[in-house]
Design a protein around this ligand. Structure first.
Ligand code: XMP
Length: 333
């Protein structure tokens, strides 16, 4: 517990020099901890796991085995990016697992959000464990735990209730117990980003907006279907592209598309066209406990709407959710 407490004297890492110092220190510590043994890491492509991966690659190179599980609920091109940055860019020892079919078949017909989260969380561990069992000589498990995660678990241990159950790679089965390597566990998110940039990771990866573990699974509302999931992924990619072009990506904390399981009547090429609505959500927040709405200029909304309804099969309307949190949570499920 002792080394889970951030010393009051620890300087906030907010410059490249401080990040370099932290990196040098951790490289030493990691080498000392793991020696010539192998370390396993679930690499989602999120900020924390990416920075841990880059740090461990620097410290122990191919002794790190990264497993990237594509649960079929990733955003457009996300898994491809992970492969590009880590396998092609950093020459990582990376295992890519396309588990789309496993996840989507388990989720078929399941509409309750918490049930969906449980299935995704549990299957994630199953897939990861299956891969881990195929490997030999692994003694350590690296995790992208950061200081707010430690503070959150202390709060939960004190009996405070969470509104939604978030999942991480915890709770591996009995036969897969590894010693943990958690080099970021005393850092806040802003420090993790500074360290990530100092390690040479792409800016877009280090400043990536938060993306929930269950991914698009909690944005394709109700029972997930492949056609609606596909429409969601395409519409979300358009929104992200237009936010990049307009500079909003730098100003907004989290922005995404949600597609509910309803259809409305529309018209296309002079014919009746039933389709789903795409709901745009764009929020600002400090800690995700409350959130405000960032105003999207009308011209940007107009362009996004035009592109989504013309480019994405199955969507005939675009709605803009301007509800703050509370009362609306950030995600719809
Ligand atoms: P809510 O919807 O609770 O979201 O206002 C707050 C933040 O948490 C993210 N979120 C999740 N993250 N697993 C995660 O890892 C989850 O199940 C989950 N649900 C919500 C959400 O994207 C937002 O940033």
């Amino acid at each position: 517990m002792e080394n889970n407490v951030r010393p009051q004297t620890m300087a906030r890492i907010n410059t490249k020099a401080l990040a370099d110092e932290f990196i040098a220190e951790q490289v030493e510590l990691i080498r000392k901890q793991v020696g010539d043994k192998k370390v396993l890491l679930a690499l989602s492509g999120g900020v924390d796991s990416s920075v841990v991966a880059a740090l461990l690659i620097k410290a122990i190179g191919k002794q790190l085995v990264c497993v990237h599980v594509n649960h079929g609920l990733m955003r457009k091109n996300e898994s491809e990016n992970v492969i590009e940055v880590f396998q092609n860019g950093l020459n990582a020892n990376l295992i890519y697992v396309d588990a789309t079919e496993r996840f989507l078949s388990l989720l078929a017909g399941v509409s309750d959000p918490e049930q969906k989260r449980k299935i995704i969380g549990k299957e994630f561990i199953n897939v990861f464990a299956d891969e881990a069992r195929k490997l030999e000589g692994i003694e350590y498990l690296a995790q992208g735990t950061i200081y707010p995660d430690i503070l959150e678990s202390i709060k939960q241990a004190e009996g405070k209730k969470a509104v939604k159950s978030h999942h991480n790679v915890g709770g591996l089965p009995e036969d897969l117990q590894f010693e943990l390597v958690e080099p970021l566990k005393l850092l806040f998110k802003d420090e993790v980003r500074v360290v990530g940039e100092a390690l040479g990771l792409p800016h877009a990866m280090v400043y990536r907006q938060p993306f929930p573990g269950p991914g698009l699974g909690v944005r394709c509302l109700g029972a997930i279907t492949r056609d609606r999931l596909h429409a969601l992924r395409e519409a979300d990619a358009i929104l992200r592209e237009e936010f990049d072009i307009s500079g909003l990506a730098e100003k907004v904390w989290q922005y995404f598309v949600v597609i509910p399981d309803i259809k409305s009547v529309g018209v296309k090429d002079d014919s009746r066209y039933e389709g789903w609505p795409a709901i745009i959500r764009a929020v600002n927040t400090k800690d995700a406990m409350t959130a405000t709405i960032e105003e999207i200029p009308y011209a940007v909304l107009h362009k996004i709407t035009n592109r989504i309804v013309t480019e994405v099969e199955g969507i005939n309307r675009v709605l803009y959710d301007i509800t703050p949190k509370p009362t609306g949570t950030i995600e719809w499920e």
